[in-house]
Design a binder for this molecule. Sequence first.
Ligand SMILES: N[C@@H](CCC[C@H](N)C(=O)O)C(=O)O
Length: 261
Amino acid sequence: MQINFYKYQGAGNDFILIDNRRNVVKCIDKQAVAKICDRRFGIGGDGLMLLENEPGFDFKMVYYNADGNEGSMCGNGGRCIVAFAKHLGIINDVTKFLATDGVHHAKISEAGNWVSLQMIDVADINNDGEAYVLNTGSPHYVKLTADLESKDVYNEGYAIRNNDTYKQDGINVNFVEKNGDGYFVRTFERGVENETYACGTGVTAVALAMAKHDHQTGTITTPIKVLGGDLNIRFDYDGETFSNIFLEGPAELVFEGEIAI
Ligand SMILES: N[C@@H](CCC[C@H](N)C(=O)O)C(=O)O
């Protein structure tokens, strides 16, 4: 069966999107998702998303990692599916949708290519040695690092993601370095099992962890540079809970086509 697909990217985190409101994809197995996301044998992407109907919401986001496993929340994917919903005419500039971690609100800028996505509140941040571990919709490990540009993110990220603590459920590994009034971040992503150009839940985790690290409270804005561009995180922190968290950045339609499933 031939179905339409759309390719989006948000700061270089790239995704294949399918409009599944009419249930064109009834079930999709792990191997099929992995093949579609393969950069040599498929379309190529860090993940695949289905946009589906959900009563009480504009739509539901169903997210698969590039290895074919159903993922947890994807922040950049969330921003891209909002841009996709606008492209399909489902929404105008604001939306409320359902994802695996719950309800999300989002807003698209007038220019149409900048999406601000509200993330779930976060209360727990744990320590693993000097690193911070928290869940922003997906699980993240955050480690302050020097000379990030020349770091071996693949091998060091792989080793942490596959150590005895994390190998069973996996974790996304973020290395962070101070960069002007914000941070530079590189991420080894679970489910892609490689470094990606950006990770939205990852930079969100970094911004929250760094606020805690620096004993900052109040309303905080954190600009973050990633390999694929620039993202921005805004949130409130009262010393215990992070709330009103917004992940902001570009989301762009790259191309569309047809694929046999
Ligand atoms: N790229 C994502 C994170 C996607 C989820 C993740 N790989 C996982 O399931 O652990 C983002 O932008 O947040």
